[in-house]
Design a protein around this ligand. Structure first.
Ligand code: FEO
Length: 171
């Protein structure tokens, strides 16, 4: 595999693990604020991000490339409203999409069709990630100021369950 692609995928492993760390920090915030449903939602989100890192890691191993685990940055954990982490999640997912697109561009340039094919799952996943994050923001904006509605939203988030992403489920 091209050195640039290997380096970008190693950086993506770090970005996905940082995403897990960030969402765990969001879960901690909501737990402390008494919204344990939102905490559950972000705990599951953190597990999915760890899975994304594993999928990239496995891909490097499959291709006989070296995995390099770098340090994970400390996430910012100060929030001024229930809405703020949700807006940060949406912004973060858009950033992650730009990273995936960057690897795709590099793979295209290197005529690395295997990596492009591998990344297609992530291209679809990012659409879902952004859509979910956007829905979370919209709902909080619409209903978050009403205590009963917020209680219902929190209960909906409490119902979210973890499912193994398909690239890992087959192993
Ligand atoms: Fe790994 Fe939320 O994208």
């Amino acid at each position: 595999m091209n050195d640039t692609i290997t380096k970008l995928i190693n950086e993506q492993i770090n970005a996905e693990l940082y995403s897990a760390y960030l969402y765990l920090a969001f879960a901690d915030y909501y737990e402390e604020e008494g919204l344990s449903g939102y905490a559950n939602y972000f705990e599951i989100q953190a597990a999915e991000e760890r899975d994304h890192a594993l999928i990239f890691r496995n891909y490097l191993h499959e291709n006989g490339e070296r995995v390099h685990l770098a340090s994970i940055a400390q996430p910012d954990v100060s929030f001024s409203s229930f809405l703020e982490p949700l807006e940060k999640a949406l912004e973060h997912e858009r950033y992650v999409t730009s990273l995936i697109n960057g690897i795709y561009d590099a793979a295209n340039e290197a005529r690395d069709y295997r990596t492009m094919n591998f990344l297609n799952w992530f291209v679809d996943e990012q659409l879902e990630e952004e859509d979910n994050a956007d829905t979370m923001v919209t709902r909080m904006k619409l209903f978050g100021s009403d205590a009963k509605a917020l209680y219902d939203l929190d209960n909906e988030c409490a119902a979210r369950v973890y499912t193994t992403p398909s690239p890992l489920a087959g192993e």
